[in-house]
Ligand binder design. Structure first.
Ligand code: ADP
Ligand code: MG
Length: 243
């Protein structure tokens, strides 16, 4: 069978084929920062994306998260090719398939913790239903923030804010969770506990998780480590659990 036929494998969440990204196309500053990325991620996988600063990790994550488009190659999400999709289709797919956690949590300070978690559902269908609120409250319990639902983001710690951002990313029950250095601003103990949360979510909800980290210890705890150097994947390894 030709390799270019979209996989029928129901467990495949994400597939990149020869994805390239060029910035400043057609100007003297034109540079290609991703040079033909092939990557596949299945349901239930938890993979760390590591690599030096400037190697293209955020560019790659933004492309996977449909926040940016490849210059060449194809990105399949849930078996669906995306590069030539129109904006409406991409927005819909992003909303259905992807939860995104950024380094800076981007919580809305005027809203309560609970309202922030509800936001993706409100963007989807307006006023939240009773079920929506219950789901958001359950997620806040899950990330250990049940009692903080009515607080404002400024009234909780940095680690707690990042947990709220994770609950917000999960409220749509996305099959794919992307996180770009979500622990970059946290002390190592808080970072460890946020990573433990990713592991728990991954086991419990079965969503695929792709998380960028600088911390080799956090990466070592992930089942798989993909290493990016100068816009190329130089290794993709399954980590053996510690004896
Ligand atoms: P990382 O997240 O691994 O630190 P990035 O994906 O942010 O790396 O950046 C990869 C390279 O692409 C860097 O050289 C960066 O300067 C360049 N780059 C990223 N975004 C843009 C942009 N919007 N325009 C031009 N160059 C960019
Ligand atoms: Mg980055």
């Amino acid at each position: 069978m030709s390799e270019s036929i979209p996989s029928q494998d129901a467990t495949e969440v994400l597939r990149l084929e020869q994805v390239r990204k060029t910035f400043n196309t057609g100007t003297p500053l034109e540079t290609e920062v991703l040079h033909g990325i092939d990557l596949r991620l299945c349901r239930g996988e938890l993979a760390a994306l590591v690599g030096p600063s400037g190697s293209g990790k955020s560019t790659l994550l933004n492309i996977i998260g449909l926040l940016d488009t490849p210059s060449a190659g194809e990105l399949y999400l849930l078996g669906q090719p995306t590069r030539n999709s129109d904006d409406a289709t991409r927005t819909h797919l992003r909303n259905q398939a992807i939860g995104f956690v950024f380094q800076f949590h981007h919580l809305i300070s005027a809203f309560s913790v609970l309202e922030n978690v509800l936001m993706p559902l409100m963007i989807r269908h307006g006023k939240p239903s009773g079920d929506d609120v219950e789901r958001a409250r359950n997620l806040l319990e899950e990330v250990g923030l049940g009692p903080f639902a009515d607080k404002k983001p400024t009234q909780i710690s940095g680690g707690q804010q990042q947990r709220v951002a994770i609950a917000r990313a999960l409220v749509t029950r996305p099959p794919l969770l992307l996180a770009d250095e979500p622990t970059g601003n946290l002390d190592s103990r808080t970072a460890q506990s946020v990573f433990e949360l990713f592991h728990r979510i991954n086991a419990q909800f079965g969503c695929a998780v792709l998380v960028v980290t600088h911390d080799p210890r956090l990466a070592a705890d992930c089942a798989r480590t993909v290493q990016l150097v100068d816009g190329r994947i130089v290794s993709d390894e399954t980590n053996l659990p510690e004896a």
